[in-house]
Design a protein around this ligand. Structure first.
Ligand code: SF4
Ligand code: SF4
Length: 240
């Protein structure tokens, strides 16, 4: 894999490499990283957050998500809402930290690390990690030593990686790399299957989805349903 060029405050870090970092409510910058950010949501982020909020997926999208599109023929991107409080704070940040801490997005868990996963020609995934050292983050002045593998596990990232890698089979599909354009119906199917899982289940059970399995084979739990939805969507986007 070619090594990508990285910005000045981002450095590549090996999985076994150690770095000093700790984040806790006593750091002077506590929750600074929850403001003035563009927080792109993955399908698994939304699955976890809507459950954590006790909402159905459509309600969660309506209340907390901004949908953006580069142009009318590309796949949409979904972002968590920031509030207009003069600091552009995340909608979930409170005085004591994240009000959805147990179900916070993967990017929040990984920070100050980042994981890049690249789809290979044989559909396997190759990944690498970076460390983002932003001036406002005091966590690097703490004594605690971390390493990528331990930090990832402690932050609950393996579950997020599993679903993100499955979605990457779509987002990094060869046809997209070659500039494929999508119809309005395909864009709606993208949001339905990946982000509006409760509605996807309702339509599946009603037998109203093109090319879907029989209603009585509908996966019961959201995690299995999302994996099925990813497969279904791949066919809708790249085979129809
Ligand atoms: S800026 Fe860094 S140390 Fe401060 S709260 Fe965020 S992650 Fe923790
Ligand atoms: S979801 Fe939670 S951890 Fe992530 S930016 Fe918002 S408040 Fe911070």
């Amino acid at each position: 894999m070619n090594k990508p060029l990285l910005p000045r405050n981002v450095q590549r870090i090996e999985k076994e490499e150690r770095f000093r970092f700790s984040c806790h409510p006593s750091v002077g910058c506590f929750t600074d990283c929850c403001r003035q950010l563009e927080l792109a949501l993955t399908p698994y982020d939304v699955l976890r957050l809507k459950k954590g909020c006790g909402l159905r997926s459509q309600e969660f999208l309506d209340r907390y998500v901004i949908i953006e599109q580069e142009d009318h023929e590309t796949l949409p991107r979904l972002y968590l809402t920031m509030v207009d409080d003069g600091r552009a704070s995340c909608v979930f940040v409170g005085k004591s930290g994240c009000t959805q801490y147990q179900d916070r997005p993967g990017a929040c868990r990984a920070y100050p690390m980042g994981r890049a996963a690249i789809r290979q020609a044989d559909n396997s995934m190759d990944d690498f990690y970076v460390l983002l050292q932003e001036d406002h983050c005091h966590g690097f002045q703490e004594r605690l030593q971390q390493d990528v593998a331990t930090y990832s596990t402690e932050q609950g990232l393996p579950a997020y990686n599993r679903f993100n890698d499955a979605v990457a089979q779509i987002l990094q599909h060869e046809q997209i790399r070659q500039g494929k354009r999508f119809s309005e119906q395909q864009q709606e199917q993208f949001i339905l299957a990946l982000y509006n899982l409760d509605q996807f289940r309702t339509l599946l059970l009603a037998g109203q989805l093109t090319g879907a399995r029989p209603a009585d084979e509908t996966p019961a739990d959201d995690e299995s349903l999302l994996l099925y939805a990813i497969d279904w969507l791949q066919d809708r986007l790249f085979k129809d």
